[in-house]
Every structure is written in C-alpha cells, then in structure tokens.
Design a protein around this ligand. Structure first.
Ligand code: C2E
Ligand code: MN
Ligand code: MN
Length: 404
C-alpha cells in the first residue's frame, strides 16, 4: 500500500545548508532501494519533506529522519494513503525555495503530470507545500521553550511528608496529585484519586462494588478524600474530586451530603472542584444538567475531564461551559512532534480563551511536551513530569527552573 507522510523541521544551528545537495544525492540510492520518493523543500531555516512509498519503508525512513541531528523540532503534519505516486520515479528532489526558479515550480498546480509532480490544487499534499512556501504557519508555529533550558527541583514546602494511616474499616483510600502552574510556582489544585483499601486502582475499587451500590459508594467515598485533605492541612488550596454525574442524581440528597462532608472537614464549597469526564456529560446530558445546577448553586466548581478522548469534542462547549477543561493525555502525549495534535490544542485554547475557561494539560510526562504546551499558552499542568500521585499524602513537586 502506498503511504504518504509529511513533516516539517528546522535546520540545526551549526549545520551549513551548503551541504544539503550532497546529502540528498547521497540518500538517493537508499531511497531508491526502499522505493521512497518525494520532495524536500528548504526555505533557509525550515524543511518540509513529503515521503511516499510502501508503509513500512516510509515508517522506517521517518524513524531515521527523526533521529538525524542535522535538524530538530521535527513535527509530523500528515499521514495518508494514495492510489499512485505524486513524485513518480524521481527519488528525493531538493527544492531550495530561496532560488526563484526553484520556488516557481510549485506556483501552479495546473501543470498536470509535469516534470516534477502530479498534484492537483485540491490535494492536501499540494496545500501543505503551498502553505509552507507562504510561511503563514510561522505565526502559528510556537517557538518552543527549549527543553535543555530547564532543570527540575523537587520541593515539598507546601505540605511536608505527611502520610495519613488507614482508619479501621476504611472502605477506600485516596492519593493526591497536584495540578500546578509551573512558572508561577503555584499549586492550582490537588486532585484526589480513589484507591482500594489495598492501594489498588480506581477500577479495582469500583470493580469490587455491586453495580447497584456504585453511585452511593462513589459519593460516600468523597468523605475520605476531604478527611485526608483536612488531616494534611490543605489550608486554602483547592481540592478536585472525581464523580460520576449519576452519583449526584441517583443518590437522594446527594449535593447536601457532599456539602456536609465538606463542612465536617473544615473546608468550604468554593475550594472544591468536581471533575466529570467528557463521555459522561454527553451520554447523560439531562442528568448532568441537573447535577450542574445543584453544584453551581452550592458554590462548587466544575471541570470537564479527559477532554478530547470522547466523541463530543468542541461541540460539547455549545451546550455547557465548565470553569476548567482538562485536555486528555491522548492529545498531550508527544504533542511536540505531532502537527494534528498541535492544531487541536490551538483550537481548544482559542475557544477556551473566548469563553474564559481555564485549561489544564493532563498526563504530561516529557519536558518537551510541557515546553510546547507552555509556549502555546497552557498555564496549568498535571502529570508524572511534575508529580506522581501519592497514597494518603501529597507528593513533592518537581518545579522547573531555568538554567542560568
Ligand atoms: P483522571 O481523573 O483523568 O485522573 C488522572 C489519572 O491519570 C490518574 O489515574 C493519574 O494517576 C493518571 N496520571 C496522572 N499523570 C499521569 C502521567 O503523567 N502519565 C500517566 N500515564 N498517567 C498519569 P488513576 O488514579 O488510575 O485514575 C484513573 C481514573 O479513575 C481517573 O482519571 C478518574 O476518571 C477515575 N477516578 C479516580 N478517582 C475517582 C473517584 O473517586 N470517583 C470516580 N467516579 N472516578 C474516579
Ligand atoms: Mn480527574
Ligand atoms: Mn483525566
């Protein structure tokens, strides 16, 4: 099957563009052997390369390209399949866009089956080439804060190494994981994640509950989260809890029960945020709206969890606007090398800015992911890069510091 891949990258400082023609002609043989054709555009600082060939060969070549030190900031823009080659029998052509006669080649798609290519004006490959040449992407292209610029220092000034022992008969436990604003050195909230009595995952905890007791167990478990927050002494910090929206609808008097749990542990409703996942919001929208009304009238905040993992996407925001929106890990992971994810995050950020919704990036594991997101305008983060959840306590936070 003939597959197509397009990526963009940046010439490494210190590598001279003069060496490019030799480099490309050297790789010609390799490309021919693996039946990869395409085009490499260079504008003086950046590259756009189209690779086409058998799927395995393209993937293999791309993995080598990604590790080539002569360029960096490699971002995958498109993967697709095609009935025939666009750059037939040409191996890899280098087009230096700084030379007028070379950049003229792509001015018009009207030369069908020309010397170089077979592209129509409707073709996404042609559109990627044209927009690379126009350079408009540079305004969207966020210059990363370079990962090498940062070191991480663990710090637990806020809470000390508190670990609260289990009480007799405690049906569940909680682990706290902070949501932070790294550049402000601020903890934005502590998320309480449920654990089984033996410390097992949420699935393990809920798996042991009979289905008809699920919502009750979910709601009543929160008393232990607030109790832990109280024992640790979270002060004015915010606490985020996860709830199925149905737990607020099925259990009689649910919001009052929650408010009592909050008050009994010396907390106030305004410091509590309830997180519900995107899928639950959509699948039970009526029930969810009842829950929202009650929570908001009690002063409790609302966050949409796992945004982008479900079916609703941005259209969810036409029906309901939360205080906070948490971008799912599936979009966050490897965002620094993935063009489609980057475009989606830009759209989410524009939308949330217009609606005054704060955005959290979830599941940040790599410093490169954080740097890209921070440069794009995300200010709040949660993930193993900064802190892993700690059972019955609050973890140290690894705060990034700029190297001097
Ligand atoms: P969530 O609310 O999205 O919570 C974040 C999950 O991502 C947590 O998993 C956390 O440990 C994990 N995580 C955080 N940072 C990273 C990272 O950098 N990399 C990776 N790979 N994972 C990271 P956990 O604790 O297993 O919770 C899973 C889900 O269970 C939660 O997802 C939440 O939807 C649900 N859950 C947790 N506690 C409760 C609860 O009390 N009630 C209900 N209804 N659901 C809960
Ligand atoms: Mn959550
Ligand atoms: Mn989540």
């Amino acid at each position: 099957m003939l597959s197509t891949l397009i990526y963009r990258s940046r010439l490494t400082a210190g590598f001279s563009p003069e060496h490019l023609p030799l480099l490309v002609s050297k790789s010609q043989q390799k490309n021919e052997n693996s039946q990869v054709t395409g085009v490499l555009l260079f504008d003086g600082t950046h590259f756009l390369q189209v690779l086409e060939g058998p799927l395995e060969s393209v993937n293999w070549l791309y993995s080598i390209i990604c590790n080539d030190p002569r360029h960096d900031s490699v971002v995958e823009l498109m993967r697709d399949y095609a009935p025939r080659r666009r750059f037939n029998n040409l191996g890899m052509e280098l087009i230096d866009l700084r030379k007028a006669e070379q950049s003229a080649i792509f001015q018009s798609p009207m030369i069908p089956r020309s010397r170089f290519f077979d592209l129509s004006g409707e073709d996404r490959v042609y559109k990627f080439i044209k927009s690379f040449m126009a350079g408009d992407w540079k305004t969207q292209f966020t210059h990363r804060t370079e990962p090498e610029d940062w070191t991480f220092t663990p710090d637990n000034r806020a809470f000390g190494a508190v670990s609260v022992p289990l009480s007799v008969g405690q049906p569940c436990q909680f682990a706290f994981q902070p949501i932070i604003e790294p550049l402000k050195g601020k903890i934005s909230s502590l998320e309480a994640l449920i654990r089984s009595p033996s410390g097992g995952s949420p699935q393990e905890y809920f798996g042991a509950i009979p289905p008809n007791k699920l919502h009750e167990a979910d709601l009543y478990s929160k008393a232990w989260a607030f109790a832990l927050a109280n024992k640790i002494g979270i002060g004015e910090h915010k606490i985020s809890i996860n709830l199925l929206p149905m737990s607020l609808v099925m259990v009689p008097n649910a919001v009052n029960i929650l408010l009592e749990q909050i008050a009994q542990n010396g907390l106030v409703p305004e410091q509590v945020i309830v997180e519900v996942t995107e899928d639950e919001v959509i699948s039970r929208f009526d029930a969810f709206q009842i829950a929202v009304r009650e929570l908001r009238s009690a002063g409790i905040g609302l966050a949409i969890d796992d945004f982008g993992s479900g079916f609703a996407g941005l259209s969810l925001l036409t029906r309901f606007q939360p205080d906070k929106l948490k971008i799912d890990r599936s979009i966050v992971s490897d965002i620094h090398i993935h063009g489609p994810k980057q475009a989606i995050v830009h759209a989410i950020l524009n939308c949330c800015a217009a609606l005054e919704i704060s955005v959290v990036a979830e599941g940040v594991e790599k410093v490169e992911e954080w740097c890209w997101l921070e440069a794009a305008g995300v200010q709040r983060f949660q993930g193993f890069l900064f802190a892993r959840p700690v059972l019955n306590g609050v973890p140290d936070v690894s705060w990034p510091q700029r190297r001097v």
